[in-house]
Each structure stands twice: as structure tokens, then as C-alpha cells.
Design a protein around this ligand. Sequence first.
Ligand SMILES: Cc1ncc(C[n+]2csc(CCOP(=O)(O)OP(=O)(O)O)c2C)c(N)n1
Length: 633
Amino acid sequence: MKRLSEIRKMNASELGDLAGEIREMIIDAVSKNGGHLASSLGVVELTLALHYVFNTPTDRLIWDVGHQSYAHKIITGRAAEFASLRKLGGLSGFPKISESPFDTYNTGHSSTSLSLALGEAVGRDLRHEKYKIIPIIGDGSMTAGMAFEALNQIGHLKKDIIIILNDNEHSISKNVGALSEYLIRMITAPLYNRLRRRSYAIIRKIPRYGRRLYDFIYKQEARVKGFFVPGSFFEELGIRYFGPVDGHNLPLLIEVLKGVKDIDNGPKMVHVITRKGKGYGPAEKDPAVFHGVGPFDRKTGKTAKRDSLAYSEIVGRTLAEIARRDRRVVAVTAAMKMGTGLYEFEKQAPGRFFDVGIAEQHAVTFASALAAKGFKPFVSIYSTFLQRAVDQIIHDVAISAQPVRLLIDRAGIVGEDGETHHGLSDIGIIRNIPNFIYLTPSNGTELRDMLYFAAEHGTGPVAIRFPRGSDRSGCVDFSAHERFEAGRSKRLSTGRDVALIAAGDMVSVALETAALLKESGFSATVLNLLSLKPLDMRRIEKAVAETRLFVSLENGYVSGGVGEHILFRLNRELRSRMLFAAGFPDRFVEQGSMLELFHLYGLDPHSIARKILRALKVRNIDEKRHSVRRVSG
Ligand SMILES: Cc1ncc(C[n+]2csc(CCOP(=O)(O)OP(=O)(O)O)c2C)c(N)n1
């Protein structure tokens, strides 16, 4: 791969060839490692144009979410390592400060780029520095409240920022939330027409490309009118609007960006139209599937078939089933209807399905009012994104004990997406909010039972946390469900030496650990907690009292976790039997496959069994010594 200084000297046709080469590299790496394919393919020309026109890294590109930054990584000195994308110890799938000076901020969650850009612009100006700041935000990310909070202040402070609005009409699925009535009014409004004339006048003056750009805009206009905030909205906020520009026409993009770069004062926005998945047929055809995708066959575009059902699919199917019988059940997603499995619910009850866009805070408060109106809202959000809505969970749901059902998907480590995406904090957060019932299944059947329980529980909020991936038992009976009782754990085996008190997906680790211990002649009690709140203290105490040592196991941070809480609730004598709390330490966990990470953090059955065996053997020796001393004394 050419160096950036050489790329900046290339002519149009060389740049075009380079775009093709970059696409090849992206498709190749993602087909092997998985990743965010469609978004990254969509911005190859835009990325080249930005680095071509701006003096990066002195000028600062801020990629919103950062999932589309693959081309950026390739042309900023990381081509040789690109095959390690998302691997343990390899390149991150998101911008990462520690990786390169071109990566300006650590990102992964959406809609932070405008706030970062403004904060940086204020800092730059206070320090009398001179450089450009360019946030690149997608039309999906632009729908989140945080982006609007930033726009509000950007228009007010009028700092020199160049916002690139990357409009591909998609969030993960088709973008939602069009303020269409407002738009219709806007399109006919005099301001819009005035603005349009001005934009056209600027664009037509661009040497060589002006005419073509003008024609493109003209053709796009019908479509742009369908976009929820055409330029006039931004203009009203004090942000100069340019576009729309064809995001795959490199020479044109370069000219437009050069023109806008030279306007020194105030915030500007360049509206760029791109195609998600551009250059790879299957991804263009189905951008939602190729938004974030596992390894696939690049010839056919087919992903590997899973042999067991994902937890999210169990949620989607079971809720669709419950909704068929109960018309009060409604489902809410924040732009993740595919990932959360709720597309199944949408098929069953489209009128009771709500995709609110990337708006986790709104999703929770919206659901609280639906609950207040007598409906049964299920809100499914990934653990990591639910962090956005902690105040809404406390203020709008818990205080008034609204029966909102929170489905906390991708709880625990998630693997290759790394630090920004692991869901390690929800136990510490939700367990400490009054009024919540908080459950965690160890398999799909238990998840189904809990969903039925949650649908019927009408006196307060219920949260259910479950991990990324599949129920490994692989056998979920969709024709039946059993009554579930909150606050009751399940004893899976009885032993004398150690009690393994496990939550959620750590139950299978506990069972495997018990099997390993058995091979060495030790027996274990395994307790499946099921309920993180209320805790089944009676059974926990009994299990601990009947064994010599105990270990808690959870897929979350130890600090603030359920093991710590159990320890606090036990009496002094039983407390002294805790050997360790298995979970993640107080640090941000890197990327890697889930198996690798469990191993790295000593959370696989072999590592856990090894520690327990060491302790049991030491105790055996101590106890023998004691009895020898007692006999001889
Ligand atoms: C707070 C938060 N919620 C949800 C997500 C999951 N997510 C990642 S990318 C994405 C869609 C972003 O759409 P857009 O900004 O238009 O970018 P595109 O992928 O279309 O280029 C979503 C919902 C996230 N990263 N952060």
C-alpha cells in the first residue's frame, strides 16, 4: 500500500484504482475475521477524498461510531496489519488512539462525533491553534439525541467545523424516524428554495465538475426531500449546508471538500450520498446482513450456518408467540431489530413493534409510559448500549415501578468488537436499582420461561440478561414453557468439596469445572442462580454451608458483581469459605474471540478447576497435618 504522502500526489485514475484495491483488502479481511463490511465499503472514496484534501493527522477526522473506519486504517499506515483486524492483539475494528495518531478518539458507540468535534474546536481556539476538525456522521447516528444536543451548541458557538453527513439511507436496517410532515412543509418553504438556489450557485462554480454535480443534485432532489433534515434545518441552526454530493465520485468529492475547506469561519455541513456495501454485490443487496457480519464465503456471500439457536432468536420467536395471545404486549428496539431478533415480533405484530432509532434513552422512557397505559413493553437493548439509558431506567422506570421488561442482550463479553462493546457493567448497575427483578438464564429454555414470567409480572420492572451467541444445549422446545419463580435458584449437582455458584452462561462453565474436579476425586455442588435479584440466599447459604469452599462465577465485572454481593450477605464463618469470585477484573477487556478472552482471564473450566484443585489439595495436606498433630498430641 502506498504511503499517504504518495496517495496525496495521485491523479484521479490512480485514486480510482486505489479505491478498488482497498475494497479488495476490506472484503478479504472481513470475509475471514468478520466485521462491519457494508459501512466500510460505502465510504472508501469519501475516506480517500478526506485524507487527500485535509492535512491529516494535523487536521482531525472524527469517525462517528468508527465501524466504517477500515479504509482509513488501511491508508494511514496499517495496511500490513490489516489481516489481524478484530483479532486478539490485532487491529481494532474501531478507531483507537493507542493504535495511530490518525485515530483521534476511541469510539464504538454512536453519535459522539459532533460533541467531540465541538469540544475539540473550543479547545483549539482557546489555545490559538490552527487546524481543521472534520466529524463524519451517518444518517442513522444523526437521529440520536446526543447528536442534536451537539448541533444545538454547534449552531450557538459557531466554531469552524466541517461536518460530513454520510447519508446512505440506512442505520443498520433502513433508517427510521422521518419527520415527513415537517419535511413536506420544508420543501415548499421559501427558505429551502432560497438555500437550494445558493447551494446550486456555489456548486455550479466548481471548475470542471460543477455542471455534473448540479445534475446529480437535481436528480437526487426527490430523494433528498425524503431525508428528514434537508439543508434548511441545519441552516436554521447556523450551520452552512452543502450538497448533496455523490460520495462515490472521487474527483467531485475532492473538489467540493477543497471548496468547503477554504471557508474559514463557522460550522459547515457537507451532505454526501453513499451506497452501503458499495462494490460487493451481496452487501449492496442486503446491507443489513452485511452491516456487522461473521466470516463468510466471499464468492457466494454466504455466512456459516449456526447449528444452534441464538438467544436473540429465542427472544424474537417467544415474544412473537406471547404477542399472538396477548394484545397488550409491545416491543421496542433502538435501531437493532435484526440483532435483537425482534424482526420476528415485527412480522407477528407490526402495529405493536417500535424501532425508535439509535435512541436508547428515549426507548426506555417511551416504554415506561406505555407500561403506565397498561401495555406490556419489552425493550431489547444490548448491555453496552443500555449504559446510555441508566438515568431513564432509574428515573422513569424504577422509581414509579413501571412494569417495563428490559431485555439485556449481549450481556458479558462480546468478543471481537472489544472494549467499547463488552457488556460487563449491567450487573453492577441494574442489581443496585431498587424495585427491579433481575434474571439470567443459563439456556434457551429458561429464557423462554423467564419471558413468559416477565409478560405476566405486572407490579414492577423486570430485567433479563443473556449473552451473545447461542444456547449451547441446542434444544429449545417452542411448544411448551414452565412456570418460573423469581428468587429461586436451581441446584444442578450436590457435592462435598466445593460449591460453584454460577450466573447465566457461567453455569455451563461451572458444570464443566465440576466434571474436571470429579476426575481428580473431588465433588462439587453447582447452583444455577437464575435470579440475580432477589437472590436465593437460603439455597446459597445451604450450598456454602455443606461444602468446604465456594466460588462465584459471572460473566461481568467482579467489582459490583453478584459474587461480591453474595459475600456481603453471608455470615462471617461462611464468608471465609469463598475461594475467589470468577469474573472480569477492574479494567477494560480487549478484543478477541470469546473463548480466547475467557481463557485469558482464567474463566474457562480448566483454569477455574486448576485453582480450586490447588486450594483443595493444600487444605487436604493441612487437614492431614492437623489430624496427625491431634493424634500424636
Ligand atoms: C449507542 C449505540 N447504539 C447502537 C449502536 C449499534 N450501531 C452501530 S452502527 C449503527 C448504525 C449506524 O448508522 P449510520 O450512522 O447511518 O452508519 P452506517 O452504518 O449506515 O454507515 C448502530 C445502530 C451503537 N454503535 N451505539
